[in-house]
Design a protein around this ligand. Structure first.
Ligand SMILES: Cc1ncc(COP(=O)(O)O)c(C=O)c1O
Length: 365
């Protein structure tokens, strides 16, 4: 067995885990279905009470005229950008260099729609007003991802969002929100979802990140926009005859967890400070602005793996099941806080971080 497997195996044996809401197993769906009547009618190709009710509920929550349920955010966002490009007759959009569409979607936007992406800002920071003011080309749409996941979940100031939004409106640039983690940032901004979405023409939210459902997304905007999204959803094969397993789980976990985001955010700040007090460890951002952050270690990946395996075996607490190497001397991993963190006894947590600090110090001697 190699080191990676040892890390995974030792993690699985622990009683408590720092991240997430629980395992991604079938129990997630079973629990969501527990109180649903067997006679409840399925949705059929985007129609029916179960899908329409949820779409209406989300439209209200997001403060938009209408909302459409999609099986994935990948599908929803490519479609949103295509619609805005068609409307303006310009096949160019702008977004961050580490945007999901740019690095995780096999170039769907370019291959399927021949839309060119303009990359804004240095990849290590969030987009600022300056970056938008300096766009030289004509673009149909600007996409902002809040928080910017690949850099630890960083956020611009709220005033920056307002300034970017009014500039885009003035210039006829549509503003789209990649709100995969929108619920998670509301406590930091101290705004409602509707207040934030009001700055954007179209919005995507996810139900399997902090919310912890099975899968699924909502794409919201005005009625003319959502009408077109439904046509594209059909073209994409996203109009499954029944999407209810995703809708039921989305709705169930939205009710369970949307109101807990403040707690996850507070927990993330606490946990980040535990990490930042350890030798050769720092979080990004230093003080989290949502339930997520990245932990960076100035420790070679293999050395850290064996320290973590020992901690997993010697305590009840699982820190991570993976590490990503950033150089020969450094590595990192991502933390997203959910229900699990609050279950961990504080003495155990203190012990774990004492062991981590000591383990790192002696491995670097
Ligand atoms: C920021 C962001 N945007 C979009 C997506 C795409 O979501 P989906 O997996 O539903 O296609 C993800 C998924 O990880 C994401 O993190």
């Amino acid at each position: 067995m190699n080191e990676i497997n040892l890390l995974v195996e030792s993690y699985k044996q622990t009683k408590y885990q720092l991240v997430g809401n629980g395992g991604r197993d079938v129990q997630v769906l079973k629990e969501a279905l527990r109180e649903i009547e067997g006679q409840q009618e399925s949705d059929m190709y985007g129609k029916g009470k179960i899908i329409e009710d949820f779409q209406a509920k989300m439209a209200t929550y997001l403060g938009k005229e209408d909302a459409v349920f999609f099986p994935s955010g990948t599908m929803a966002q490519q479609i949103a950008l295509r619609i805005w490009c068609d409307k303006k007759g310009v096949k160019k959009v702008a977004y961050h260099p580490l945007c999901h569409l740019e690095i995780h979607e096999e170039d769907g936007l370019k291959k399927l729609h021949h839309i060119k992406s303009i990359l804004l800002a240095d990849k290590n920071r969030v987009i600022q007003l300056e970056d938008v003011l300096n766009i030289e080309e004509d673009i149909a749409c600007l996409l902002l991802e809040l928080p910017q996941r690949e850099i630890g979940g960083q956020l611009p100031e709220y005033q920056t969002l307002e300034a970017i939004s009014s500039y885009c409106r003035e210039k006829g640039i549509r503003l789209h929100l990649d709100g995969a983690r929108l619920f998670e940032i509301l406590p930091y901004y101290k705004k409602t979802a509707a207040e934030i979405c009001n700055l954007f023409d179209s919005v995507y939210v996810s139900f399997y990140k902090g919310i912890g459902g099975v899968a699924g997304a909502i794409l919201a905007g005005d009625k003319a926009f959502t009408k077109e999204t439904k046509v594209w959803k059909r073209r994409y094969g996203g109009d499954l005859i029944s999407l209810y397993p995703y809708i039921v789980s989305a709705d169930y976990y939205f009710e369970q967890r949307a109101h807990k985001m403040k707690q996850y955010y507070e927990d993330a700040k606490e946990l980040a400070s535990y990490f930042n007090n350890c030798h050769a460890v720092s979080t990004r951002p230093i003080v989290p602005v949502s339930n997520m952050f990245h932990v960076h270690f100035d420790v070679p990946k293999e050395k850290l793996e064996s320290i973590l395996v020992n901690i997993h075996k010697g305590t009840d607490i699982g820190l991570t099941k993976y590490l990503s190497e950033t150089s020969e001397q450094t590595c990192f991993y991502e933390i997203s806080i959910g229900d699990r963190y609050a279950e961990i006894p504080k003495e155990e947590l203190n012990r774990v971080f004492h062991l981590l600090d000591e383990g790192i110090r002696s491995s670097l001697e």
